[in-house]
Design a protein around this ligand. Structure first.
Ligand code: KG4
Ligand code: ZN
Length: 359
């Protein structure tokens, strides 16, 4: 079954075609095209919604064309003959950006007479774990969760969200907790801004942290021992702000200090995410932990989880998506549609910027 996925929730315009084997549940990426207006947002230090929406509209058709033309076996004159299902992100996200993808998907579903599956972007991030990638034209399984055991806990850590959910099975997701203020990715980005690192700062902070000492600054681990599964990262950002103020202006001239701040802040974020996720996994007696979202690309976070699973007391299978599938893309949307897909009439599909874990 070939699924065409469309993702436009924020500043990335993604179109992917995946080949899903209904029997084995193997998902192969045939094409996965992402165009980003990130460079524009780096200049302004964050995303300006109407700029993002305008760029989505500009990229949408060229990205669809590129995804179709780079997929072997897709007849451009007759795409309807090559695609079985269309999947689209309907929320959460920026309304202007979402509308571009949703209206394009509705039009395609109507014109090509194909079923349409609405997908929750956050659930899409979880399903990046279930994709097997093609690499060098050989089929390689990248830590795929395709045969993982339920129940599972999933931690979604992105620029806009930090959520812990309990998955009893495919299609059965219960929200356990989330951030009360900044998301984990947002914390990386805001701390980056304080240090003069361009948006989005997560990957750069990770890089600088490699040459820093994670114990140099004792930043707070907010809510690490709280009884619930909520998070809070705004206090951490304030603690970094205090530190940078006391160091300023010398901070500009001290790369080691910046590296140490990056390493210490990253460690604080990782400690909280790992501790809370493992607490949930133990309390709910799950068999697997799944990581998803842009921050899931962070190697320190992946390593700490792996270390806890192999050397710690917690023997639970741990899965993280291939790094290139952690940030926003449409392959994960197509994957989520395959495992959870509820096909709907194109007339009933609407963009919902406030969509959450409510099904
Ligand atoms: O999932 P995503 O692409 O977009 C949202 O749905 O929000 O996540 C983007 C976020 C940004 O905040 C970015 O700083 C963060 O993911 N990020 C990272 C890394 N790569 C991206 N954070 C920490 N370490 C990374 N390597
Ligand atoms: Zn995302």
């Amino acid at each position: 079954m070939k699924i065409l996925g469309i993702e436009t929730s924020c500043d990335e315009t993604g179109v992917a075609i995946i080949d899903a084997n209904i029997k084995t549940k193997e998902l192969k990426i045939l094409s996965n095209v992402v165009a980003s207006s990130l460079a524009l947002h780096s200049q302004t230090g964050g995303i300006i919604p109407n700029v993002a929406a305008r760029e989505q509209a500009k990229y949408m058709i060229p990205v669809i064309k590129e995804a179709l033309s780079s997929t072997r076996g897709v007849d451009l004159q007759n795409p309807a003959g090559s695609i079985d299902v269309i999947a689209v992100t309907v929320g959460p996200g920026l309304i202007g950006s979402l509308l571009v993808g949703v209206e394009t998907a509705r039009t395609l579903a109507y014109v090509l007479e194909k079923p349409l599956v609405p997908v929750n972007h956050l659930i899409g991030h979880i399903y990046a774990n279930f994709i097997n990638e093609i690499h060098n034209s050989k089929f390689i399984i990248h830590n795929s969760a395709a045969d993982m055991e339920f129940p599972a806990i999933a931690l979604i850590v992105s620029g806009g969200h930090t959520d812990l959910v309990y998955m009893k099975k495919h299609g059965s997701i219960v929200w356990l907790g989330g951030t009360r203020d900044d998301a984990a990715g947002e914390a990386f980005d805001k701390i980056g801004r304080l240090l003069g690192i361009t948006y989005p700062a997560g990957a750069k902070i990770e890089e600088l942290a490699k040459n820093g000492n994670p114990k140099a600054f004792n930043f707070p681990r907010p809510m690490i021992y709280s009884k619930d599964f909520d998070f809070s990262f705004s206090g951490l950002k304030t603690a970094v702000l205090r530190e940078t103020k006391s160091l300023s202006p010398a901070i500009n001239y001290e790369p080691l200090t910046i590296n140490n701040i990056c390493a210490s802040a990253q460690q604080a974020i990782v400690d909280v995410l790992v501790a809370k996720t493992i607490k949930a996994a133990q309390q709910y007696e799950v068999k697997s932990i799944l990581l998803g979202g842009g921050v899931a690309a962070n190697q320190k976070l992946r390593d700490e989880f792996k270390w806890k699973m192999t050397n710690g007391k917690c023997k639970i299978d741990f899965f993280a998506p291939p790094k290139n599938l952690c940030t926003d893309n449409a392959a994960m949307i197509a994957a989520a549609a395959f495992f959870n897909g509820k096909q709907e009439d194109w007339r009933s599909i609407i963009a919902n910027p406030e969509l959450y874990f409510d099904y």
